[in-house]
Design a protein around this ligand. Structure first.
Ligand SMILES: [Zn+2]
Length: 215
C-alpha cells in the first residue's frame, strides 16, 4: 500500500535547496538524475506507445525544466510586474503530484492530440513519482505543507541504486514489450488502436474506449 509508505518532510527543512544554487547549477541539483528520468519515462511509454517515447522523455524532465524556465530572468521580470513574482523553490509548484495526475486525466477524458499530451503528462508523472523515492520528496497537492517521500525515501540522488532501479525497470519494460509482441503474435500497444482508428476500422468512441485495454 503506497499510502502507508509515505513519509513527510517539512517543505522548509534543511534539505531545502536555495534556488540560486539551482539556477547556477541546475543539472547537479538535488534531482533524481535526468538520465534516469529519461529512462523511466521513456520505458513506460515504450510498453504502450513506442512512437511517442520521445514525447514521454521530454515530459519526464519537464517538472525540472518548467521550474527552470519560470525562474529565468525574463519570466521573473514578468512575474514580478504581475505581482505573482517570487522564485519558485525547487520541487514545489512544478512537482505537485496531483497536477500531473490531473493533466493525465484531462488528456485521457477531455482533449488530446494523438496521445501527445497524455504521454507528456505520463512522463511528468514518472518524474515526480521517482523524485518522491528520494529523501526530500515532493508535495502531493498545492495545499501540502509537507513533502512526501514514498517507500521511506531511501533513494539518494546519484547513488548506484538509482541507476540500478532505472536500468532494471527499462529491461523489464523491454522484456514485457518483447514477449507480448512476439509470443502472442500481435502488438498490444495503444498505437495499434490509433492505427486502426486511422484506417477507419473503428470509430473514435471505440478507440477512446479500447485504447487502454491491452489484451
Ligand atoms: Zn525533479
Amino acid at each position: 500500500m503506497i499510502l502507508s509508505t509515505i513519509t513527510r518532510n517539512p517543505i522548509h527543512d534543511h534539505r531545502e535547496i536555495n534556488s540560486e544554487i539551482i539556477s547556477n547549477n541546475f543539472l547537479n541539483a538535488e534531482n533524481m538524475k535526468h538520465f534516469n528520468h529519461y529512462i523511466i519515462g521513456g520505458a513506460t511509454c515504450y510498453l504502450f506507445n513506442p512512437p511517442l517515447v520521445p514525447v514521454a522523455m521530454i515530459g519526464s524532465v519537464a517538472p525540472d525544466y518548467i521550474e527552470y524556465i519560470l525562474n529565468s530572468p525574463i519570466i521573473q521580470q514578468i512575474r514580478k510586474s504581475s505581482k505573482a513574482g517570487g522564485v519558485i523553490k525547487h520541487r514545489t509548484t512544478t512537482h505537485i503530484m496531483i497536477y500531473w495526475i490531473a493533466l493525465i486525466l484531462f488528456a485521457w477524458l477531455v482533449f488530446d492530440f494523438r496521445g501527445i499530451i497524455f504521454w507528456f503528462a505520463i512522463g511528468g508523472f514518472t518524474h515526480v513519482f521517482t523524485d518522491a523515492l528520494s529523501p526530500a520528496g515532493i508535495p502531493l497537492t498545492p495545499f501540502s505543507t509537507n513533502r512526501s517521500s514514498f517507500f521511506g525515501g531511501k533513494i539518494q540522488t546519484g547513488v548506484p541504486a538509482e541507476y540500478a532501479i532505472a536500468i532494471i525497470y527499462l529491461v523489464l519494460c523491454l522484456f514485457v514489450a518483447q514477449s507480448l509482441n512476439t509470443q502472442m503474435g500481435f502488438v498490444p500497444f495503444f498505437y495499434n488502436w490509433a492505427e486502426e482508428y486511422n484506417k477507419g476500422l473503428i470509430d473514435g468512441y471505440e478507440w477512446k474506449l479500447w485504447r487502454f485495454k491491452i489484451l
